[in-house]
Design a protein around this ligand. Structure first.
Ligand code: RB5
Length: 150
């Protein structure tokens, strides 16, 4: 599975830890965003990179990190076909896959610690979509997109 991960400066340190973990587990990783934690980098640009990688098929899933996870999740969710869950615990990460068929997870580098972030990423990447009644709801989301996105 190919993963696109990007962050702003506030998510830089956590992104480094998560990226190392992903590579250790054998995932192919496309990394984007800030070059350091010290130089400001706009989370909007990091979000655009992830959304484009996922929608173009360059990546199967995305991991989006900024200070709170809020800004970058707002950006990726502006793209038709992106379903990003902003998660603060492992249960949410698991449910974002099982119930929402999320293709991007967002988290805050200033909100979650490294071990929790890694547990969330593992849950997000390993959990399957449950389908069934949840598939109907995801189709309903698509209908909302079709109605409201140009
Ligand atoms: C950067 O200071 C911060 O605003 C950003 O990382 C993020 O938390 C925005 O939602």
């Amino acid at each position: 599975m190919k993963i696109s991960i990007a962050s702003d400066h506030a998510g830089f340190d956590l992104r480094q830890k998560v990226t190392a973990h992903l590579k250790e587990k054998g995932y192919e990783v496309i990394e984007g965003g800030a070059d350091s934690a010290d130089k400001p980098y706009n989370y909007v640009d990091a979000g655009i990179k992830i959304a484009e990688d996922v929608l173009s098929g360059k990546a199967d899933r995305g991991i989006a990190i900024c200070g709170t996870g809020i800004g970058i999740s707002l950006v990726v969710n502006k793209y038709k076909g992106i379903r990003c869950g902003l998660c603060t615990n492992e249960y949410m990460a698991r449910m974002s896959r099982q119930h929402n068929d999320a293709n991007v997870i967002a988290m805050g580098g200033r909100v979650v610690g490294q071990s929790l972030a890694i547990a969330m990423v593992d849950a997000f990447l390993e959990e399957e979509f449950a389908g069934d009644r949840h598939a109907v709801r995801v189709d309903n989301i698509r209908a909302v997109e079709d109605k409201n996105f140009k």
